[in-house]
Design a protein around this ligand. Sequence first.
Ligand code: ATP
Length: 265
Amino acid sequence: MITLTNISKTFSTKKETLQAVSPTSLSVKKGEIFGIIGFSGAGKSTLLRMVNLIETPTTGEVWFDGVELTKLSPKQLQKQRPQIGMIFQHFNLLLNKTVYGNIEFALKAAGIPKKEHRKRIEGILKVVELSDKIDYYPSQLSGGQKQRVAIARALVLNPKVLLCDEPTSALDPHTTENILQFLKSINEQLGVTLIIVTHELEVANTLCHRVAVMEKGSIEEEIILSESPSPKAATSIGHLLIEHRNKEQLHHHQKNIELGGVAHV
Ligand SMILES: Nc1ncnc2c1ncn2[C@@H]1O[C@H](COP(=O)(O)OP(=O)(O)OP(=O)(O)O)[C@@H](O)[C@H]1O
């Protein structure tokens, strides 16, 4: 569904040139939850932002559903963009607009006729369970509710893919769990493909089918997490992730024994 071929990004200032992402190739399948993990500064967000060309690649090609996005004119790209939604760590809501206004902003930008707005906004607010907050401003919402509004704003355009840049890093553990389960249901029930950048192993472990480990601008390895028995890892972050996964599975197994249930590990 998404293929990046030899994609790279170099930032140049007067003083220096920085290669944030070295030439990298990557494919994400339809319906997959794909994680990009790594330490701070590894190039994860830059790589993600090149998928929808918010960040223009220095080299390489981005393909989406058989269309080379990197070849499109700005106008043609504008037409494709609604298919790729995006959410951010700090939600990026417009503070002077209500929940309705924030979601309507996306509909306006995509050129959706005004007469459709209310019905679509009310519909998507039901999905994110925020119908009662339609006239609230972001400052009146909790972190989890803000992220749900951001998710609604992305989903109202019926995207095929949702790019998630550290979607739970600004949230407490309970709200994180809630948003992760919600993202999972978006994937399972609406069939939306997810690409998630995170430095939290918990997030990768809970959600992802497959992860790419990034270090210093390069993908060092890819790990399949949805398979059993446990995958192997080559990098130190990969090892940490597998260790974390195994611990979680052991915990789950023990809990099931305590409850007299059957362990699905
Ligand atoms: N617009 C920019 N101009 C110059 N340098 C940039 C720009 N955006 C990112 N960088 C640099 O590129 C490198 C990779 O940044 P990026 O944000 O992609 O990393 P990251 O892995 O997502 O890190 P974090 O987890 O801290 O967000 C960093 O050294 C960063 O300082």
